[in-house]
Design a protein around this ligand. Structure first.
Ligand SMILES: NC(=O)C1=CN([C@@H]2O[C@H](COP(=O)(O)OP(=O)(O)OC[C@H]3O[C@@H](n4cnc5c(N)ncnc54)[C@H](O)[C@@H]3O)[C@@H](O)[C@H]2O)C=CC1
Ligand SMILES: O=C(CO)COP(=O)(O)O
Length: 331
Protein backbone atom coordinates (compact mmCIF):
# COMPACT_ATOMS: atom_id res chain seq x y z
CA UNK A 1 0.00 0.00 0.00
CA UNK A 2 1.31 3.49 -0.86
CA UNK A 3 2.11 5.46 2.32
CA UNK A 4 1.29 9.17 2.30
CA UNK A 5 1.99 11.84 4.89
CA UNK A 6 -0.19 14.94 4.72
CA UNK A 7 1.20 17.94 6.60
CA UNK A 8 -1.64 20.35 7.39
CA UNK A 9 -4.98 19.43 8.91
CA UNK A 10 -6.98 22.33 7.46
CA UNK A 11 -9.68 22.05 4.84
CA UNK A 12 -7.63 21.10 1.78
CA UNK A 13 -5.13 18.91 3.64
CA UNK A 14 -8.06 16.97 5.08
CA UNK A 15 -10.07 16.76 1.85
CA UNK A 16 -7.01 15.61 -0.11
CA UNK A 17 -6.36 12.99 2.59
CA UNK A 18 -9.86 11.66 1.88
CA UNK A 19 -9.01 11.44 -1.83
CA UNK A 20 -5.73 9.63 -1.17
CA UNK A 21 -7.34 7.19 1.26
CA UNK A 22 -10.21 6.45 -1.13
CA UNK A 23 -7.69 5.94 -3.94
CA UNK A 24 -6.18 3.16 -1.82
CA UNK A 25 -3.34 4.90 0.04
CA UNK A 26 -2.42 4.58 3.68
CA UNK A 27 -2.64 8.16 5.04
CA UNK A 28 -1.26 9.81 8.17
CA UNK A 29 -2.10 13.49 8.66
CA UNK A 30 -0.04 15.89 10.73
CA UNK A 31 -1.49 18.92 12.54
CA UNK A 32 -0.34 21.26 15.29
CA UNK A 33 -3.17 20.80 17.76
CA UNK A 34 -3.50 17.57 19.80
CA UNK A 35 -7.21 18.09 20.47
CA UNK A 36 -7.87 18.27 16.74
CA UNK A 37 -5.83 15.12 16.04
CA UNK A 38 -7.55 13.27 18.89
CA UNK A 39 -11.00 14.29 17.64
CA UNK A 40 -10.20 13.08 14.11
CA UNK A 41 -8.91 9.73 15.41
CA UNK A 42 -11.90 9.26 17.70
CA UNK A 43 -14.76 10.56 15.54
CA UNK A 44 -13.36 10.39 11.99
CA UNK A 45 -14.46 13.93 11.31
CA UNK A 46 -12.58 17.24 11.10
CA UNK A 47 -15.36 19.20 12.75
CA UNK A 48 -13.62 22.54 12.57
CA UNK A 49 -12.65 22.55 8.89
CA UNK A 50 -15.01 20.05 7.19
CA UNK A 51 -18.02 19.67 9.46
CA UNK A 52 -20.39 16.85 8.57
CA UNK A 53 -17.89 15.01 6.37
CA UNK A 54 -17.17 11.38 7.26
CA UNK A 55 -13.46 10.67 6.90
CA UNK A 56 -12.36 7.16 5.94
CA UNK A 57 -11.59 5.33 9.19
CA UNK A 58 -8.12 4.39 7.97
CA UNK A 59 -6.91 8.02 8.07
CA UNK A 60 -4.79 8.58 11.14
CA UNK A 61 -4.00 11.99 12.65
CA UNK A 62 -0.93 12.88 14.69
CA UNK A 63 0.95 15.89 16.03
CA UNK A 64 4.26 14.03 15.68
CA UNK A 65 5.86 14.97 12.35
CA UNK A 66 8.31 12.05 12.49
CA UNK A 67 5.43 9.60 12.85
CA UNK A 68 3.61 11.15 9.89
CA UNK A 69 6.75 11.14 7.74
CA UNK A 70 7.87 7.61 8.56
CA UNK A 71 8.09 5.54 5.38
CA UNK A 72 6.01 8.03 3.39
CA UNK A 73 6.46 7.75 -0.37
CA UNK A 74 4.45 10.94 -0.92
CA UNK A 75 4.82 13.86 1.50
CA UNK A 76 1.95 16.25 0.88
CA UNK A 77 2.34 19.84 2.09
CA UNK A 78 -0.84 21.79 2.89
CA UNK A 79 0.09 24.55 5.32
CA UNK A 80 -0.26 28.29 4.65
CA UNK A 81 2.29 29.27 1.99
CA UNK A 82 4.04 31.87 4.13
CA UNK A 83 4.74 29.24 6.83
CA UNK A 84 6.16 26.58 4.52
CA UNK A 85 9.83 27.56 4.82
CA UNK A 86 9.85 27.44 8.63
CA UNK A 87 7.81 24.26 8.84
CA UNK A 88 9.69 22.34 6.18
CA UNK A 89 13.04 23.28 7.71
CA UNK A 90 11.94 21.33 10.79
CA UNK A 91 10.42 18.40 8.86
CA UNK A 92 13.05 17.88 6.15
CA UNK A 93 15.43 15.74 8.25
CA UNK A 94 12.55 13.33 9.00
CA UNK A 95 11.64 12.60 5.36
CA UNK A 96 12.65 9.42 3.49
CA UNK A 97 15.53 9.92 1.07
CA UNK A 98 13.41 9.11 -1.97
CA UNK A 99 10.14 10.74 -0.85
CA UNK A 100 8.20 12.78 -3.39
CA UNK A 101 7.20 16.16 -2.02
CA UNK A 102 3.80 17.36 -3.18
CA UNK A 103 2.64 20.96 -2.83
CA UNK A 104 -1.08 21.67 -2.49
CA UNK A 105 -0.36 25.32 -1.71
CA UNK A 106 -1.40 28.27 -3.85
CA UNK A 107 0.83 31.12 -2.79
CA UNK A 108 4.12 32.85 -3.56
CA UNK A 109 6.60 33.54 -0.77
CA UNK A 110 6.81 37.10 0.50
CA UNK A 111 10.24 38.71 0.31
CA UNK A 112 11.74 36.17 -2.13
CA UNK A 113 8.82 35.77 -4.59
CA UNK A 114 9.68 32.07 -4.64
CA UNK A 115 7.06 29.62 -5.82
CA UNK A 116 6.28 26.85 -3.32
CA UNK A 117 8.21 24.25 -5.35
CA UNK A 118 11.24 26.54 -5.22
CA UNK A 119 10.95 26.86 -1.44
CA UNK A 120 10.71 23.06 -1.18
CA UNK A 121 13.74 22.56 -3.40
CA UNK A 122 15.79 25.07 -1.44
CA UNK A 123 14.79 23.89 2.04
CA UNK A 124 14.60 20.12 1.54
CA UNK A 125 17.44 20.01 -1.00
CA UNK A 126 15.59 17.61 -3.31
CA UNK A 127 15.86 17.69 -7.12
CA UNK A 128 12.93 19.20 -9.07
CA UNK A 129 12.00 15.76 -10.41
CA UNK A 130 10.91 14.79 -6.89
CA UNK A 131 8.69 17.84 -6.36
CA UNK A 132 5.09 17.80 -7.58
CA UNK A 133 2.21 20.23 -7.46
CA UNK A 134 -1.54 19.59 -7.36
CA UNK A 135 -3.64 22.48 -8.67
CA UNK A 136 -7.08 22.90 -10.18
CA UNK A 137 -10.69 23.89 -9.45
CA UNK A 138 -10.77 22.00 -6.16
CA UNK A 139 -12.77 23.81 -3.48
CA UNK A 140 -12.10 21.58 -0.49
CA UNK A 141 -15.66 21.19 0.76
CA UNK A 142 -16.95 20.08 -2.65
CA UNK A 143 -14.18 17.50 -3.01
CA UNK A 144 -14.85 16.28 0.55
CA UNK A 145 -18.51 15.86 -0.42
CA UNK A 146 -17.23 13.63 -3.22
CA UNK A 147 -18.59 15.95 -5.93
CA UNK A 148 -16.87 15.20 -9.25
CA UNK A 149 -13.93 17.39 -10.20
CA UNK A 150 -10.69 17.22 -12.11
CA UNK A 151 -7.27 18.55 -11.24
CA UNK A 152 -3.69 18.69 -12.48
CA UNK A 153 -0.71 16.89 -10.96
CA UNK A 154 2.43 18.51 -12.28
CA UNK A 155 6.03 17.38 -12.08
CA UNK A 156 8.96 17.91 -14.42
CA UNK A 157 9.46 14.13 -14.22
CA UNK A 158 6.47 12.72 -16.08
CA UNK A 159 6.80 9.31 -14.47
CA UNK A 160 6.56 10.85 -10.99
CA UNK A 161 3.47 12.78 -12.09
CA UNK A 162 1.97 9.48 -13.31
CA UNK A 163 2.67 7.79 -9.96
CA UNK A 164 1.00 10.64 -8.08
CA UNK A 165 -1.91 10.58 -10.53
CA UNK A 166 -2.48 6.94 -9.68
CA UNK A 167 -2.19 7.62 -5.95
CA UNK A 168 -4.97 10.24 -5.98
CA UNK A 169 -7.35 9.00 -8.70
CA UNK A 170 -10.85 8.18 -7.44
CA UNK A 171 -14.30 7.93 -9.02
CA UNK A 172 -14.92 11.63 -8.21
CA UNK A 173 -11.37 13.10 -8.46
CA UNK A 174 -9.75 12.94 -11.88
CA UNK A 175 -6.14 14.15 -11.97
CA UNK A 176 -4.46 14.96 -15.29
CA UNK A 177 -0.67 14.98 -15.52
CA UNK A 178 1.34 17.95 -16.72
CA UNK A 179 5.06 18.73 -16.73
CA UNK A 180 4.53 22.51 -16.51
CA UNK A 181 5.10 23.09 -12.80
CA UNK A 182 5.69 26.84 -13.23
CA UNK A 183 2.39 27.36 -15.08
CA UNK A 184 0.38 25.29 -12.61
CA UNK A 185 1.82 27.12 -9.62
CA UNK A 186 1.29 30.56 -11.17
CA UNK A 187 -2.27 29.69 -12.17
CA UNK A 188 -3.03 28.64 -8.58
CA UNK A 189 -1.42 31.65 -6.92
CA UNK A 190 -2.50 34.47 -9.24
CA UNK A 191 -6.14 33.35 -9.38
CA UNK A 192 -6.36 34.16 -5.67
CA UNK A 193 -5.35 37.75 -6.41
CA UNK A 194 -7.90 38.00 -9.22
CA UNK A 195 -10.56 36.48 -6.92
CA UNK A 196 -9.93 39.31 -4.45
CA UNK A 197 -10.64 41.79 -7.27
CA UNK A 198 -13.79 39.96 -8.39
CA UNK A 199 -14.97 39.72 -4.78
CA UNK A 200 -14.49 43.46 -4.35
CA UNK A 201 -16.50 44.13 -7.53
CA UNK A 202 -19.24 41.89 -6.13
CA UNK A 203 -19.19 43.67 -2.79
CA UNK A 204 -19.53 47.00 -4.54
CA UNK A 205 -22.64 45.77 -6.33
CA UNK A 206 -21.10 45.36 -9.79
CA UNK A 207 -22.74 42.89 -12.15
CA UNK A 208 -21.59 40.02 -14.31
CA UNK A 209 -20.05 42.08 -17.11
CA UNK A 210 -17.59 43.64 -14.69
CA UNK A 211 -16.75 40.30 -13.11
CA UNK A 212 -16.33 38.54 -16.47
CA UNK A 213 -14.04 41.38 -17.56
CA UNK A 214 -11.88 41.00 -14.44
CA UNK A 215 -11.73 37.21 -14.83
CA UNK A 216 -10.77 37.39 -18.50
CA UNK A 217 -8.23 40.17 -18.14
CA UNK A 218 -6.97 38.47 -14.97
CA UNK A 219 -6.25 35.37 -17.00
CA UNK A 220 -4.51 37.54 -19.62
CA UNK A 221 -2.14 39.02 -17.05
CA UNK A 222 -1.49 35.61 -15.48
CA UNK A 223 -0.61 34.18 -18.90
CA UNK A 224 1.66 37.17 -19.65
CA UNK A 225 3.61 36.54 -16.46
CA UNK A 226 3.68 32.82 -17.23
CA UNK A 227 5.08 33.41 -20.72
CA UNK A 228 7.85 35.57 -19.26
CA UNK A 229 8.68 32.87 -16.71
CA UNK A 230 8.80 30.04 -19.24
CA UNK A 231 5.42 28.44 -18.55
CA UNK A 232 3.43 26.65 -21.25
CA UNK A 233 0.59 28.87 -22.54
CA UNK A 234 -1.75 25.84 -22.73
CA UNK A 235 -1.64 25.45 -18.95
CA UNK A 236 -3.55 28.72 -18.49
CA UNK A 237 -6.40 27.49 -20.68
CA UNK A 238 -6.60 24.32 -18.60
CA UNK A 239 -7.80 23.25 -15.15
CA UNK A 240 -4.95 24.90 -13.23
CA UNK A 241 -5.52 28.16 -15.13
CA UNK A 242 -9.01 29.01 -16.36
CA UNK A 243 -10.63 26.17 -14.41
CA UNK A 244 -9.42 27.26 -11.00
CA UNK A 245 -9.87 30.94 -11.81
CA UNK A 246 -13.55 30.43 -12.65
CA UNK A 247 -14.20 28.22 -9.61
CA UNK A 248 -12.52 30.61 -7.21
CA UNK A 249 -13.91 33.85 -8.65
CA UNK A 250 -17.49 32.59 -8.68
CA UNK A 251 -17.80 30.39 -5.59
CA UNK A 252 -19.18 31.53 -2.23
CA UNK A 253 -16.86 28.89 -0.75
CA UNK A 254 -13.73 30.76 -1.86
CA UNK A 255 -11.98 32.52 1.01
CA UNK A 256 -10.26 34.93 -1.40
CA UNK A 257 -13.45 35.94 -3.22
CA UNK A 258 -15.28 36.29 0.11
CA UNK A 259 -12.47 38.38 1.61
CA UNK A 260 -12.59 40.70 -1.42
CA UNK A 261 -16.36 40.97 -1.14
CA UNK A 262 -16.08 42.16 2.46
CA UNK A 263 -13.60 44.84 1.44
CA UNK A 264 -15.88 45.87 -1.44
CA UNK A 265 -18.73 46.28 1.04
CA UNK A 266 -16.60 48.67 3.07
CA UNK A 267 -15.15 46.46 5.82
CA UNK A 268 -11.75 47.86 6.88
CA UNK A 269 -8.84 45.61 5.87
CA UNK A 270 -7.63 45.07 9.47
CA UNK A 271 -11.13 43.99 10.52
CA UNK A 272 -11.45 41.56 7.58
CA UNK A 273 -8.02 40.09 8.41
CA UNK A 274 -8.90 39.77 12.09
CA UNK A 275 -12.17 38.00 11.29
CA UNK A 276 -10.64 35.49 8.84
CA UNK A 277 -10.18 32.15 10.54
CA UNK A 278 -8.90 30.59 7.34
CA UNK A 279 -6.26 31.88 5.00
CA UNK A 280 -6.98 34.01 1.94
CA UNK A 281 -3.59 33.40 0.30
CA UNK A 282 -4.02 36.22 -2.23
CA UNK A 283 -3.94 38.84 0.52
CA UNK A 284 -0.23 38.26 1.08
CA UNK A 285 0.74 36.72 -2.25
CA UNK A 286 -0.48 39.75 -4.24
CA UNK A 287 2.70 41.54 -3.18
CA UNK A 288 4.91 38.62 -4.23
CA UNK A 289 3.09 38.34 -7.56
CA UNK A 290 3.68 42.05 -8.11
CA UNK A 291 7.35 41.49 -7.30
CA UNK A 292 7.51 38.77 -9.96
CA UNK A 293 5.76 41.03 -12.48
CA UNK A 294 8.37 43.76 -11.89
CA UNK A 295 11.24 41.28 -11.99
CA UNK A 296 10.08 39.94 -15.35
CA UNK A 297 8.97 43.32 -16.72
CA UNK A 298 5.34 42.29 -17.15
CA UNK A 299 2.34 44.59 -16.84
CA UNK A 300 -0.23 43.26 -14.31
CA UNK A 301 -2.72 46.08 -13.78
CA UNK A 302 -5.29 44.08 -11.78
CA UNK A 303 -2.60 42.80 -9.42
CA UNK A 304 -1.26 46.35 -9.01
CA UNK A 305 -4.69 47.65 -8.06
CA UNK A 306 -5.28 44.77 -5.62
CA UNK A 307 -1.93 45.49 -3.91
CA UNK A 308 -2.74 49.20 -3.68
CA UNK A 309 -6.05 48.41 -1.94
CA UNK A 310 -4.86 45.55 0.30
CA UNK A 311 -1.57 47.12 1.36
CA UNK A 312 -1.47 50.71 0.12
CA UNK A 313 -4.48 52.22 1.88
CA UNK A 314 -6.42 52.85 -1.35
CA UNK A 315 -10.21 52.45 -1.35
CA UNK A 316 -11.76 49.59 -3.38
CA UNK A 317 -13.25 52.16 -5.74
CA UNK A 318 -9.86 52.55 -7.42
CA UNK A 319 -10.48 49.11 -8.92
CA UNK A 320 -12.97 50.65 -11.28
CA UNK A 321 -10.27 52.95 -12.62
CA UNK A 322 -8.87 49.85 -14.29
CA UNK A 323 -11.64 49.91 -16.81
CA UNK A 324 -11.01 53.54 -17.69
CA UNK A 325 -7.44 52.86 -18.83
CA UNK A 326 -6.52 53.91 -22.33
CA UNK A 327 -8.05 51.87 -25.15
CA UNK A 328 -5.73 49.34 -26.79
CA UNK A 329 -5.73 46.06 -28.74
CA UNK A 330 -6.89 42.94 -26.86
CA UNK A 331 -3.75 40.93 -26.20
N1 LIG B 1 -9.39 25.05 0.85
C1 LIG B 1 -9.37 24.88 -0.44
O1 LIG B 1 -10.42 24.76 -1.05
C2 LIG B 1 -8.07 24.79 -1.18
C3 LIG B 1 -6.89 25.29 -0.66
N2 LIG B 1 -5.75 25.24 -1.38
C4 LIG B 1 -4.49 25.73 -0.84
O2 LIG B 1 -4.03 24.81 0.15
C5 LIG B 1 -3.28 25.50 1.13
C6 LIG B 1 -3.83 25.17 2.49
O3 LIG B 1 -5.16 25.66 2.52
P1 LIG B 1 -6.31 25.14 3.46
O4 LIG B 1 -6.10 23.76 3.91
O5 LIG B 1 -7.56 25.44 2.77
O6 LIG B 1 -6.14 26.16 4.67
P2 LIG B 1 -6.87 26.15 6.08
O7 LIG B 1 -6.87 27.55 6.56
O8 LIG B 1 -8.14 25.41 5.99
O9 LIG B 1 -5.88 25.27 6.95
C7 LIG B 1 -4.56 25.64 7.19
C8 LIG B 1 -3.98 24.63 8.19
O10 LIG B 1 -2.63 25.05 8.49
C9 LIG B 1 -2.51 25.21 9.89
N3 LIG B 1 -1.56 26.28 10.16
C10 LIG B 1 -1.78 27.61 10.24
N4 LIG B 1 -0.64 28.24 10.52
C11 LIG B 1 0.32 27.29 10.62
C12 LIG B 1 1.69 27.31 10.93
N5 LIG B 1 2.33 28.45 11.17
N6 LIG B 1 2.35 26.14 10.94
C13 LIG B 1 1.73 24.97 10.70
N7 LIG B 1 0.42 24.88 10.42
C14 LIG B 1 -0.27 26.03 10.39
C15 LIG B 1 -3.92 25.52 10.40
O11 LIG B 1 -4.03 25.17 11.77
C16 LIG B 1 -4.73 24.60 9.50
O12 LIG B 1 -4.73 23.29 9.97
C17 LIG B 1 -3.35 26.98 0.77
O13 LIG B 1 -2.20 27.36 0.09
C18 LIG B 1 -4.56 27.07 -0.16
O14 LIG B 1 -4.44 28.12 -1.10
C19 LIG B 1 -5.71 24.66 -2.60
C20 LIG B 1 -6.84 24.13 -3.16
C21 LIG B 1 -8.10 24.15 -2.50
O1 LIG C 1 -7.97 27.11 -4.41
C1 LIG C 1 -9.13 26.97 -4.16
C2 LIG C 1 -10.05 26.25 -5.07
O2 LIG C 1 -9.38 25.59 -6.09
C3 LIG C 1 -9.71 27.55 -2.93
O3 LIG C 1 -9.74 28.93 -3.00
P1 LIG C 1 -9.78 29.83 -1.69
O4 LIG C 1 -8.43 29.68 -1.03
O5 LIG C 1 -10.08 31.20 -2.17
O6 LIG C 1 -10.88 29.28 -0.81
Amino acid sequence: MTRCAVFGMGSWGTAFSVVLAEAGCDVVMWGRRPEQADAINARHENEEYLPGIALPVGIEATTDPAKAAEGAEFVVLAVPSQTLRGNLTAWAPMLSDDAILVSLMKGVELGTANRMSEVIREVAGVPEGRIAVVSGPNLAMEIAQRQPAASVVACTDEEVARRLQEACHTSYFRPYTNTDVVGCELGGAVKNVIALAVGMADGMGMGDNTKATLITRGLAETARLGAAMGADAHTFAGLAGLGDLVATCTSPLSRNRTFGEKIGRGTPIEEAVRDSRQIAEGFKSCESVQMLARRYGVEMPITDVVVSIMHGGKPPTVGMALLSRSAKPER
